[in-house]
Design a protein around this ligand. Structure first.
Ligand SMILES: Cc1ncc(COP(=O)(O)O)c(C=O)c1O
Length: 412
């Protein structure tokens, strides 16, 4: 008789995890209803009343002086680079293990993404490789705080200061995190957050930039509002597009922000519990959150499996088996050189032609990101951490069961 659910056995978990975004919270419904009745559906004049309220509340929670709300957590990074004056002929260093958006943003601003490998103990950008990739054209570093980790911001800020580079933190996974008491997104020049449906602070779509610099904040507000001037004298026009978010989305975020601190504290407890349980499973390597993360909050929890301890099976089939056991799990990101969403050859940017060799995926090599993306990484999805002790116990039980019966898994 089959044991593993993927082969027809009984799943570890029969009950679905709580849905996300929440579907049964009347305050969200009332907030949207109120916008509908007000007639102020759009985001113009920018920022809208609710957008402004959210920007202030979120910036205060992370510890930034300014927040700039916009359509998603992709254009946030493009706007940040443009506000910093980064474009044609410039280079921006990004990690090899991230969502395609981190590579898209420099190209959308007209710059070249220079991709470097990640560190084996965090799967965030490797500071040694960042240092080695700096050239006279380098203008910025874009670390990604991946999964439950943060990039080594001490090293990155040090490199940035020594070379006169800007830092744009991709915090799409890091709402609520703090590094040595400083909020994610408040350490570099800009922090970029996504509020897309699956994220832990969501309005379905949306993104926020944080910054402590008033001039940069004004420029970013201007760029998302078709270039309209935002200084009191109305002199500082920029070249912009319409990336405004609607007040319908902003109203959802105002409610989400009220819920967030309690949710963040709960997930930190659940995350620690999963970490302890998973560490006991043979062939599973947990990467405990860096001790410098002083407030832990995270999107997905990521760990590494050793295929040798899983009868040669790799992460993709293990995640499929997890899903069958009732536990949402994903490989998440392939390394950038194997990523079908990273298509630099389609770019018509002159800079891409000039640097064609550095944008050619066949000439790239990222041993750590390749091992993570193609063989080892298993992401426990965010709703695993919304069902108390049982939620994470089930997740750990499922992984332990799959490991114990790995030789029954379909071939990788
Ligand atoms: C690491 C990372 N960066 C950027 C983004 C882009 O955010 P959005 O989907 O809001 O454009 C995401 C979203 O999935 C992400 O995971």
């Amino acid at each position: 008789m089959a044991t593993l659910a993927i082969n027809g056995g009984t799943p570890v978990r029969a009950r679905a995890y709580p849905s996300w975004p929440p579907t049964d919270d009347e305050e969200y419904v009332a907030a949207v209803g109120e916008v509908v009745r007000s007639g102020d559906w759009g985001g113009f004049p920018e920022p809208g009343q609710r957008g402004d309220a959210f920007e202030k509340a979120f910036a205060a929670y992370q510890g930034a002086r300014h927040g700039i709300l916009m359509m998603n957590g992709t254009v946030t990074m493009e706007v940040a680079l443009k506000a910093l004056g980064i474009g044609w002929g410039d280079e921006v260093i990004i990690p090899a293990l991230t969502f395609a958006a981190t590579a898209y943003a420099p190209m959308a601003a007209g710059a070249l993404p220079v991709i470097v490998d990640v560190a084996p103990d965090t799967w965030c950008i490797d500071p040694d490789l960042v240092e080695a990739a700096v050239t006279p054209r380098t203008r910025a570093i874009m670390p990604v705080h991946l999964g439950h980790q943060m990039a080594d911001m001490d090293r990155i800020m040090n490199i940035a200061r020594r070379h006169g580079l800007a830092v744009v933190e991709d915090c799409a996974h890091a709402h609520g995190q703090q590094w040595s008491g400083q909020g994610a997104g408040c350490i570099g020049d800009f922090g970029s957050f996504s509020h897309q449906s699956s994220k832990i602070l969501t309005s379905g779509e949306g993104g926020t930039l944080l910054t402590n610099d008033e001039t940069l904040a004004r420029r970013a507000h201007s760029i998302v509002d078709c270039g309209r001037a935002k200084d009191p004298d109305e002199k500082e026009y920029t070249f912009g597009a319409n990336y405004r978010l609607s007040e319908l989305n902003a109203a959802l975020l105002v409610v989400a922000m009220k819920r967030f601190p309690a949710q963040q504290a709960e997930r930190a407890i659940a995350g620690k519990r999963l970490e302890a349980l998973a560490a006991e499973i043979p062939g599973v390597r947990v990467m405990p959150a860096d001790a410098r993360i002083t407030r832990w909050s995270f999107y997905n929890y990521l760990l590494a499996i050793d295929p040798d301890a899983f009868a040669g099976r790799t992460n993709e089939v293990v995640c499929e088996a997890m899903e069958a056991e009732g536990i949402p799990a994903e490989v998440q990101y392939p390394p950038m050189n194997h990523y079908e969403l990273f298509q630099p050859s389609l770019s018509r940017l002159p800079v891409a032609v000039e640097f064609a060799d550095r944008l050619d995926p066949t000439r790239m090599s990222f041993p750590v990101a390749e091992a993570a993306g193609l063989r080892e990484s298993v992401y426990f999805m965010e709703n695993t951490f919304r069902d108390g002790e049982q939620g994470v116990q089930d997740a750990a039980d499922a992984l332990a069961k799959i490991q114990a019966h790995a030789d029954e898994l379909p071939a990788s």
